[in-house]
Design a protein around this ligand. Structure first.
Ligand code: 6PG
Length: 249
């Protein structure tokens, strides 16, 4: 459970937030590519992260990011066809992937064409194969990008859902959220192993939940986002002024 105040960066506008997040992404990509020749990142859906993906595909970043070291994973997925506007794969493909020419071996989408429980198992196995981790140990992503819902959800981990109590599985099938569809999501034991996590929030609609979580309001103790606490890594919250507008000075 998150006991300390998270580290927070506040930007003047949504656009500046996206620029800041794109910069953080590229710096971590560089560090990892230089240090270990590989950058494994898991991305979320949602409107706020999408603005950052769009920038990463733009001239300024696209040309110098070490794409050949990057392996892209998805934090969560809605079980809709990949071409659907609600697809997290589809969103990232539209904003980022179609502007790059990443080999398929570097792209690791969540299966959506088989039942959710099978898809979750298959995705967990593919993550384990990639990281070559033994049973009982969780892989360590170099970066996980998370969004934040107005109800305090993150990834597809919703308030009071039993998935929040998962201790072993790295990936689970769940149902819920908006849209209320079957989903596949990374679990806390996997997310909390990451070296770096960034939580992105923008807009007035997020102001209330951001303030409640950051102030440690006991009524919001069970919020999924409060359970994001990497065991050996760092979390950075990045938000625009609107999302930060109810934070105590
Ligand atoms: C999903 C997301 C979800 C999202 C938040 C914030 O697929 O539902 O991964 O966790 O990141 O709901 O979304 P917005 O940035 O659109 O508010």
């Amino acid at each position: 459970m998150m006991d300390r105040k998270p580290k927070i960066l506040i930007y003047d506008s949504e656009k500046d937030l996206a620029m800041g997040a794109a910069l953080v992404f590229s710096e971590i990509a560089f560090d990892c590519a230089a240090a270990q020749g590989r950058f494994a990142v898991a991305l979320s859906g949602g409107a706020t992260p999408r603005a950052m993906y769009r920038l990463l595909a733009g001239e300024e970043h696209r040309t110098y990011i070490p794409w050949n070291s990057i392996h892209l994973f998805w934090v969560d997925e809605r079980l809709v066809p990949r071409g659907d506007r609600e697809s997290n794969y589809g969103g990232i493909r539209k904003e980022l992937l179609r502007h790059l020419s990443l080999p398929e071996g570097q792209i690791h989408p969540i299966p959506v064409d088989i039942p959710a429980a099978d898809g979750a198992l298959q995705y967990e196995q593919s993550i384990r194969r990639f990281f070559r981790t033994e049973e009982g140990k969780a892989p360590v992503f170099d970066l996980i990008v998370l969004g934040l819902g107005e109800d305090g959800h993150t990834a597809s981990l919703f308030p009071a859902h039993p998935a929040l109590e998962e201790k072993e599985k790295l990936v689970l099938a769940v149902r819920g959220g908006m849209p209320d569809v079957d989903r596949i999501t990374m679990t806390l034991p996997l997310i909390n192993q990451a070296s770096r996590i960034i939580v992105l929030a923008s807009g007035k609609r997020k102001a209330r939940i951001v303030a409640r979580i950051v102030s440690g309001d006991p009524a919001y103790r069970p919020a999924p986002i409060r359970r994001i606490e990497p065991v050996n890594g760092k979390v950075l919250w990045m938000m625009d002024r609107n999302a930060a507008s109810e934070l105590a000075q």
